[in-house]
Design a protein around this ligand. Sequence first.
Ligand SMILES: [Zn+2]
Length: 206
Amino acid sequence: MPFMYWESRVLTHAASTVMGQVRFGGKPFREYFQAAWRTLFADEIGVLGIASSGSLYPLAKDNVDTHGKYGFTIAQLKKYLLRNEWKFHAGHPLTVDNLSDPDSWGEAPLGGNAIRLNSRKLADRVRDDHGETVESKEILMWLTGSVILHELLHAQGFTHPRLSDDPDIRAAQKRVGSDYRQSFNEIAQRAVHTASPFPHELDAFT
Ligand SMILES: [Zn+2]
């Protein structure tokens, strides 16, 4: 049964190396990545996280009911966020690679089998805005999780309009109710923010 749990991903050598090098609050980034994975999908003994257990579904559905949706159906929302039926599982894991492009939190080829995560940018941006505190460690974990889910949905085949390089156009593209904001990727990412203790801090990053 396709299912996102602890063993449903593998790290490339590059991702593993960078996650060991990047440090935040006295710990390697790898620990934030792993904590994010537990929080979203499952831990080592199979206790389900908020995405796998269906907890994100009502938050995402509420967003759709209020602001609309772009590029996906309610049946798809239920398939992934309520029933946890992803194409990835232990026998066909998601590959997590490193991304060093300073402009992106992450990226993923559409419909592919990999996501790329910018560990360094995630840690640097949280440090810039919130320092290294007990609270900011939690913020980094939640932001990492929300970015993973956004990219995972690209790998699953969902996408959003490309954001403009022009800051004014880009700001308009990111307004509440826009095609970008109502894409599955963004709705799922923001459902993670809403489920966290830091919704405003997390929304401010994206
Ligand atoms: Zn995206």
